[in-house]
Design a protein around this ligand. Structure first.
Ligand code: NDP
Ligand code: PYC
Length: 339
């Protein structure tokens, strides 16, 4: 198959384009900027399942009124080390950023703090949420639940979301150690992309509508389901994400909100949880050095690369050459931006 023609945009050009698309779809100026930066960062770093690929989904959800692009989050101080945020049916990122400075203040005061976001839509990767904490010397863990498309280990019907977990820690002399992974065998976004590109998946990732194993992404999307990664072990982590992301925050479980009758709804309406730690309170002044040490030991032991390495290589290339976009997709984005 012939390679699609690529057009290279600078980060700022892509942010402006996306910002205009959000503004054209009932998103407030503050929120449009936040969502555009987030989506452009994913595309820049090669997180393609959550970059511009997601724009039609954002627009569809916004146009349908399923998510409120102009929502104003409410931040509630629930104790020395606990913040709750009600996103008021808006996206998580503006809700989280509304409370972020207060959260860091609490972390500096107490050594650790928690932020629980509810009534929120998360349609992106998680690393943009946690990596900036590590850039400022903090350790961060975040989980978010999504929509029911993962059948529990040994189970019969979809119950969990693809429920990602992301972790970030500062590392001496190098970008932070960051991993960000779905608790399903593969993210739903990657299944959609495989279906679109006519590719098969690896065995062991999903089942069809009759519960039979399949490698066909269309069969998974059309009434089938994904499996948790790593059998019963990944299953428990997916369940933990439901507990932290929904039960603890006051958000919906992935199986609990009903979007079946809301035409156009595409963004999961759930909750997100953050735990942020100041490693200096561990009394270990060489924390960042120790993080670098264990990462180097893993590489010396034969680990092929660290999580985040691929993103940083892609980011560096984008800084040099611009962010490559399919010409055809870019035209569609420009049409959306023209209003
Ligand atoms: P991947 O399996 O592609 O990658 C998961 C992690 O493993 C990344 O940190 C990746 O780093 C790292 N990694 C990949 N290959 C290797 C390797 N060979 N050696 C060491 N590390 C490696 O991600 P998923 O498909 O699980 O998830 C994709 C994205 O989808 C995530 O960003 C996630 O947040 C998002 N998502 C969002 C959801 C939501 O509800 N909002 C739901 C589910 C997923 P690197 O990035 O450098 O490749
Ligand atoms: O890719 O699994 C996924 C996903 C779910 C919600 C947002 N992304």
């Amino acid at each position: 198959m012939a390679e699609a023609t690529k057009v290279h945009l600078s980060f700022d050009e892509l942010v402006s384009l996306l910002e205009q698309i959000f503004l054209n779809n009932n998103v407030s100026a503050t929120n449009a900027r936040i969502l555009a930066l987030n989506c452009a960062s994913c595309e820049r770093d090669g997180s393609f399942s959550h970059g511009v690929f997601r724009v039609p989904g954002y627009v569809s959800s916004l146009k349908s009124g399923w998510v409120d692009g102009a929502a104003v989050p409410e931040v509630e101080d629930c104790g020395p080390a606990f913040l709750r945020v009600n996103a008021n049916n808006g996206f998580t990122q503006p809700a989280f950023l509304a409370a972020r400075d207060q959260l860091v203040e609490k972390v500096k005061t107490n050594g650790v703090a928690v932020m629980a976001v509810r009534r929120s839509h998360h349609f992106s990767a998680l690393w943009p949420d946690v990596e900036p904490f590590a850039d400022q010397g903090l350790v961060a863990l975040s989980v978010v639940n999504s929509f029911a498309c993962v059948v529990p280990h040994g189970g019969k019907k979809a119950l969990f979301g693809t429920n990602p977990v992301a972790f970030a820690a500062p590392r001496e002399g190098a970008p932070p150690f960051v991993f960000d992974q779905a608790t399903s065998a593969i993210a739903n976004g990657d299944v959609q992309m495989a279906a679109r590109e006519g590719k098969q998946l690896k065995p062991g990732m999903g089942v069809d509508r009759d519960g039979q194993p399949t490698t066909d992404p269309k069969a998974i999307l059309d009434g089938g389901a994904l499996l948790p990664f790593g059998g019963h072990k990944g299953n428990s982590i997916a369940l933990m994400v439901e507990i932290l992301g929904a039960a603890l925050t006051g958000g919906y479980f992935s199986s609990e909100f009903d979007w079946s009758t809301h035409e156009g709804a595409q963004t999961p309406y759930t909750g997100q949880m953050f735990i942020v730690i100041d490693p200096e309170r561990g009394g270990n002044a060489v924390f960042q050095h120790r993080v670098a040490e264990i990462c180097d030991l893993a590489l010396d032991a034969g680990q092929e690369r660290l999580p985040g390495d691929r993103r940083h290589v892609t980011r560096a290339l984008a800084a040099k050459d611009g962010i490559p976009l399919d010409a055809e997709n870019l035209e569609k984005l420009r049409t959306l931006a023209a209003g």
